[in-house]
Ligand binder design. Structure first.
Ligand SMILES: Nc1ncnc2c1ncn2[C@@H]1O[C@H](COP(=O)(O)OP(=O)(O)OP(=O)(O)O)[C@@H](O)[C@H]1O
Ligand SMILES: [Mg+2]
Length: 397
């Protein structure tokens, strides 16, 4: 069962919201409604978040991210649609039941985390537990642990104004962690921080997540942050989710020109992984090494490969091996079994322009899609590898 499930969620602000939803269902867009003084903040949002996942919602200011997040913990009631948390329909709960779920199972971390200035860091971190009525000794113990997890050991007795902005934000994180909530909702939680501290917080969250395996919905307008943190990413535009997928999906096969434009400045070579772009091992069979030896088996491919990498290797690490050999790089699993190959042509192709939806349609009509594009290219690459000037390829990259 998914931890969190949003089904056809709508949130309309203004007069006669239900009528507005009806119009949206019939194809009206945000601008048409705005003319009547009605704001369609979220339009027909559906997605699931699995236990232990970081689900990122990304979009420009005003695209509806915060509104969507507030519906996930029941702070805002959807105009239409449902939110299920562990299978339970949040929209069907009474106000009291909802408060209970919100205080025990869901924690929220905001962009500007408001700490109580006259409470120690420890008491600030323990605040959520205090609201739950947890006795002092117990809540101090749990808050102390949470502060340590958030990298604030030793600061328990300090006052908030003795902490830097980044540290204060960590107190917010500690407060959320202390409650043992399974679901963390983070709204631009790192956006107010300096770039270096922000990166540090992202690392820390990923590190924490390895141990705690919470389910996290993380909102950001920063694409690089989305790509670093998200197991899956939903891209929002004007109230609608226009694409949901992994970082690789969004980079390699953007759903439309808007997403393509949004992602054009991302450093693909660091986001894309060997596993995301590799082709079936069989595609290398029949190709030849520069010395003219034909590759027939997985072992031949492994022997001839200029490098052997794991599926999660960023493709930036494949350039040097690919530049020195026309033979595909081998991708192996933890047991050393060959699971894929990355031919040089494939590596160069994914760094180029993302495929437009028109290209993708063409793929559907028979031309190989990116993930399957390698067979033809692998053969091409191998065929031309013998006489191809290596320097030319690098210059082209
Ligand atoms: N309480 C409200 N009443 C009326 N309109 C609202 C309300 N809350 C949000 N909106 C409108 O809904 C739209 C989406 O707002 P929302 O705050 O969800 O966007 P966002 O993606 O979180 O933006 P930001 O990145 O700036 O935080 C905006 O047009 C906003 O003006
Ligand atoms: Mg917001």
């Amino acid at each position: 069962m998914s931890r969190l499930q949003a089904e056809h969620l709508y949130k309309v602000f203004g007069r006669r919201p239900e009528a507005a939803v009806e119009r949206l269902r019939q194809g009206a867009d945000r601008d048409e409604l705005r003319a009547d003084g009605t704001t369609a903040a979220v339009i027909d949002a559906s997605f699931t978040v699995e236990p232990g996942q970081i689900f990122v919602v990304m979009g420009l200011s005003g695209s509806g991210k915060s509104t969507l997040l507030r519906m996930l913990n029941g702070l805002l009631e959807p105009t239409a649609g449902q939110v299920r948390f562990d299978g339970q329909d949040l929209t069907a709960l009474s106000a009291r039941e909802l408060r209970e779920v919100r205080s025990r199972k869901i924690s929220m971390v905001f962009q500007h985390f408001a700490l109580f200035p006259h409470r120690s860091v420890l008491d600030n971190a323990a605040y959520g537990l205090e609201v739950q009525g947890v006795p002092r000794a117990e809540r101090e113990k749990r808050a102390t642990e949470a502060l340590e997890l958030a990298g604030l050991k030793g600061w328990e007795q300090s006052w908030p104004d003795q902490l830097s902005g980044g540290m204060q934000q960590r107190v917010g994180l500690a407060r959320a962690l202390a409650t043992d909530a399974d679901l963390l909702l983070m709204d631009e939680s790192f956006s107010a921080l300096d770039p270096l501290i922000r990166r540090d917080m992202q690392d820390q969250l990923l590190e924490l997540q390895k141990r705690l395996k919470k389910t996290i919905v993380f909102i950001t307008h920063d694409l690089n942050e989305a790509m670093r943190l998200g197991d899956r990413i939903a891209v929002m535009r004007d109230g609608r989710i226009v694409q949901i997928g992994t970082a690789e999906d969004i980079l390699v096969t953007p759903a439309n020109d808007y997403v393509a434009a949004f992602t054009q400045d991302v450093d693909r070579s660091r986001v894309l992984t060997a596993g995301a772009i590799m082709a079936d091992p069989e595609t290398a069979y029949g190709t030849k090494t520069p010395e003219g030896r034909e590759l027939r088996t997985a072992q031949d491919v492994l022997d001839a490969a200029p490098a052997t990498v794991s599926a999660d290797t960023p493709i930036i690490e494949l350039f040097t091996p690919c530049s020195t050999s026309g033979v595909a790089v081998a991708v192996t699993d933890a047991d050393g079994k060959l699971v894929g190959v990355v031919p040089r042509a494939r590596l160069l192709a994914v760094l180029g322009e993302p495929m437009t939806p028109a290209d993708q349609q063409q793929d559907a009509a028979g031309v190989p899609a990116p993930a399957q594009a390698a067979p033809a290219q692998a053969a091409d690459d191998a065929a031309s590898s013998g006489d191809e000037a290596e320097g030319k390829v690098i210059a082209g990259a």
